[in-house]
Design a protein around this ligand. Structure first.
Ligand code: GDP
Ligand code: GDP
Length: 437
């Protein structure tokens, strides 16, 4: 399970700037896709390759817990509660304010390790800037300039020892040959109904009892001769802990289960309009490079007109993931589930396809011949050869020159070209450019 780091501090100290620096997408293309909404508060930091973690920008704590502030404060406390480490962001230009002390008291009560990041030290004498905050007595007090991306490496290095060992790769033996699936979606989309339907009531309760809220619950499932592992779905947990009637929707848990999965099934409610939250979840799945299947639930009881309206709306708004299959299901009645699992298997197969170097290069040449990237100041970017750079998602590394200038539209063109050539349905493709050689 990915560890969690919360950024806390007064408004305007630079938390969201730091959040962006830490979570900037590995895949510039995703952030750029028309239609996808980037989550402003939750993201995954991949800057230390082997040790990704969830970053939560808690918004602002004012140090005064009243009215509207109390509501925000409650959210912040939830994030603090889920975090393994806290980054207390301070503003070197404002100096130490009484609110900072109030916030620090709150953070200390949590008992979690704290790193003080003194931001906006650009143009200031760092030592002098830090001196004022020494009064806090926080051992790790580091200078930062989030806006200029200075000090983030040191911050990352200080965070590493605070985060629990990544147990991400430690799979139970029988999970190795199974497809890891995360079923995600807004509250009431029908996740737990689906999980129960897939597993059958008795088995679910038995297998889920061992889990606590802290552990990701992995439940094995066998269907039509195929093995799956369902990861940490809200549905599994809810049934296991009956007293918890309505589980809070947790973006953190959703991110953690997406990270541990190979295929994400996004459940949406056919009776509701697609919400920003749905698009944000898709954005998260893409940033994590996960294969994606969209399960349009509650298809039962809709008339032909309603179905057509729904299909049209999805086509229009989900154009940016037109490679993800929409499967229309009724979790309640169990219809469409075979098709759903078939789409999961296909998406998994596409996501883990092995691509050959020479064939990739030939495909690249064909793509380049039929449409070249626009000139940059009179020079054409050159694309020389390609080789595979990993799977889930399939990654194509392209060597060439002036690749920095290749526009997102052209990158998308290449992506579509590769997708068609290899019939990569159900998975995003990552294209990485390398200069020279
Ligand atoms: P938040 O409210 O804590 O999320 O703060 P923001 O990230 O929105 O930043 C507040 C303001 O501080 C913005 O105008 C930023 O451009 C500015 N800012 C953020 N980081 C830095 C920095 O490292 N140096 C300077 N000089 N300004 C910064
Ligand atoms: P979750 O919050 O995503 O886990 O959603 P639940 O599984 O708890 O379902 C929310 C509500 O939708 C419940 O009242 C379910 O009975 C209902 N529901 C779930 N799936 C379907 C379906 O396929 N058709 C209909 N009509 N109702 C459904």
């Amino acid at each position: 399970m990915l560890p969690v780091v919360a950024l806390v501090g007064r408004p305007n100290v630079g938390k969201s700037t730091l959040f962006n620096a830490l979570t900037r997408s590995r895949d510039a293309l995703v952030a750029d896709l028309p239609g996808v909404t980037r989550d402003r508060h939750y993201g995954v930091c991949h800057l230390v390759e082997q040790r990704p973690f969830v970053v939560v920008d808690t918004g602002g704590l004012s140090g005064v817990d009243e009215g509207l502030d109390a509501l925000t404060a409650q959210q912040v406390r939830l994030a603090i509660d889920e975090a393994q480490a806290l980054v207390f962001v301070l503003d070197a230009r404002d100096g130490l304010l009484p609110q900072d002390r109030a916030i620090l008291d709150e953070l200390r009560r949590s008992g979690k390790p704290i790193i003080a990041a003194v931001n906006k030290t650009d143009g200031l004498d760092e030592q002098a800037a830090l001196a004022e905050f020494a009064a806090f007595g926080i051992a790790a007090t580091l200078p930062l300039s989030a806006a200029h991306n200075r000090g983030t490496d040191r911050l990352l290095a200080a965070l590493q020892p605070l985060l629990p060992e990544d147990t991400h790769e430690e799979l139970a033996p029988d999970e190795n040959d199974s497809i890891r699936v995360a079923i995600v979606g807004r509250p009431n989309a029908g996740k737990s109904t689906l999980v129960n339907r897939l597993l059958g009531e008795d088995r679910l309760i038995v297998s889920a009892v061992a889990g606590t809220t802290r552990d990701p619950i992995r439940v094995p499932l066998e269907r039509d001769g195929r093995k799956y592992t369902l990861i940490d779905t809200a549905g599994v947990r809810r049934r296991a802990r009956v007293e918890e009637a309505v589980e809070k929707f947790s973006v953190i848990k959703t991110l953690q289960s997406m990270a541990a999965a190979q295929v994400v099934v996004l459940m949406i409610d056919a009776r509701e309009n697609l919400a920003d939250q749905d698009l944000t979840l898709i954005g998260h799945a893409l940033e994590e490079g996960r294969a994606l299947v969209i399960a349009v639930n509650k298809w039962d009881g809709l008339d032909a007109y309603q179905r057509e309206q729904c299909q049209r709306a999805l086509e229009r708004r989900l154009q940016f993931v037109d490679w993800a299959k929409n499967v229309f299901i009724s979790a309640l009645h169990g219809s469409g589930l075979r098709e759903l699992m078939r789409a999961v298997v296909r998406a998994h197969a596409a996501a883990t396809r092995e691509l050959g170097s020479s064939d990739l290069t030939r495909t690249l040449e064909k793509a380049y011949e039929s449409y070249q990237p626009p000139l940059v100041r009179g020079h054409a970017p050159k694309l020389r050869f390609a080789h595979p750079g990993g799977s889930n998602p399939p990654t194509v590394v392209i060597h060439g020159s002036r690749t920095r200038h290749i526009a997102p539209a052209y990158q998308r063109y290449l992506e579509n070209f590769f997708r068609k050539r290899y019939k990569l349905e159900g998975t995003p493709i990552r294209i990485v450019f390398r200069e020279g050689e």
